[in-house]
Design a binder for this molecule. Structure first.
Ligand SMILES: Cc1cc2nc3c(=O)[nH]c(=O)nc-3n(C[C@H](O)[C@H](O)[C@H](O)COP(=O)(O)O)c2cc1C
Length: 348
């Protein structure tokens, strides 16, 4: 059942337009320096993410596992993560908790030497719904399964709300996170609607070590559920999906709200190395890419490699043209912010 839903999500994300109407990274321009006084070949793109060294500040955001096609996707993504020295998350691991026979669809990440690995579970599963919450033992199992460095707890309440049968209880999530934070390195992760400063502060107070913002700009799960509903001819669900299509906080605004609180992964709508540079300039420690890598990871692994190579090159070019010789300097580079993003930044 979960496997089938996962497969449906992948197919929809590959073939339908599930993006927010506006990509807020387009509202940012970085200041050009005509004479950068930098040797391109000496640019250092490496970063330290909470003790883990990345060759450049890119993370493959959590997407999949649990279905047969997911194993191939995760294998290809992990090979790329090793090759480029970047981080990687796997998709929600609830399926492996329920059925251990499919654990290999996640554990395949261990075949490669990925410098930073992120396990994944949904915030709704941390508390009781119409089923029991996942136990701490279950969490230890998924963490060990991929020899994780971090556990992403993903917040997807928009997606749950679009589905009439979705999980509807969020009471107690913060207490559960506080409890788990003693044993696991937790990243609080959104899935397309971003974190406000208020929520980020509460999560960090509960012991979360980093935030992956995944705000509005790229994939929206209201859209993914809209397309699922369309196939079922479920008009009510389609209507709610359409109404909330663009719901949430723009990705760059969420980075700006949270990055003085904890290390941030800027994600949601990143398409290229220039978007990645903008995420760092807004305060992120690294940037996360999801849907823009999915189809190639599924069907054209050599194209996946080419794409990441280009992201890396574009990122270096952005560093060069802004006159920065390393990622740390880029954080202080001058940026020009247009509306509507500018108004969002004022609401910090
Ligand atoms: C097919 C697909 C499946 C996803 N599954 C998960 C998941 O299981 N857990 C999770 O935390 N995020 C999941 N995400 C969300 C992504 O990690 C990311 O936060 C979101 O897609 C925004 O990034 P993007 O605009 O680059 O796609 C999924 C995204 C896609 C496209």
């Amino acid at each position: 059942m979960i496997g089938k839903r996962k497969e449906e999500h992948i197919r929809i994300a590959e073939n339908d337009d599930v993006s927010a109407f506006h990509n807020f990274w387009d509202d940012i321009t970085l200041m050009h320096e005509a004479d950068p006084e930098v040797n391109y070949d000496e640019i250092d793109t490496s970063v330290d993410f909470l003790g883990k060294k990345l060759k450049f500040p890119m993370i493959i955001s959590s997407m999949t596992g649990g279905a047969e096609i997911a194993k191939n996707i995760n294998r290809n993504l992990a090979i790329a993560a090793e090759k480029f020295g970047i981080g990687m998350g796997v998709g929600s691991m609830r399926a492996a908790i329920l059925d251990r026979s499919i654990e290999d669809t996640y554990a395949v990440i261990n075949e490669s030497n990925v410098p930073l690995k992120i396990a994944n579970i949904g915030a709704p599963q941390l508390v009781r719904q119409d089923k029991e919450a996942v136990s701490t033992k279950d969490i230890a199992y998924i963490y060990d399964l991929i020899k994780a460095d971090f556990l992403a707890v993903h917040f997807n309440f928009l997606q749950e709300m679009v589905q009439p049968e979705g999980d509807r209880n969020s009471k107690g999530v913060i207490d559960r996170i506080r409890d788990l934070a003693g044993s696991f390195n937790i990243i609080a992760k959104e899935t397309g609607s971003g974190f406000s400063r208020r929520t980020a502060e509460r999560l960090i107070d509960a012991g979360v070590k980093a935030i992956e913002v995944s705000g509005v700009s790229g994939t929206t799960f209201a859209a993914v559920e809209y397309y699922r509903a369309k196939k079922e001819n479920n008009l009510e669900k389609m209507r709610v999906g359409e109404t909330f299509w663009n719901w949430g906080i723009p990705s760059p605004a969420s980075v700006y709200y949270c990055s003085d609180l904890a290390p941030v992964i800027g994600s949601g709508g990143l398409r290229n190395g220039l978007d990645l540079a903008k995420a760092i300039a807004m305060g992120a420690t690294a940037g996360g890419f999801a849907r823009s890598l999915l189809k190639d990871a599924d069907t054209a692994p050599e194209q996946l490699m080419k794409n990441i190579e280009l992201i890396q090159r574009e990122f270096r070019v952005a560093l060069f043209l802004t006159g920065n010789k390393n990622v740390y300097e880029l954080k202080f580079t001058k940026k020009i912010v247009a509306d509507p993003l500018r108004s969002w930044l004022e609401a910090k």
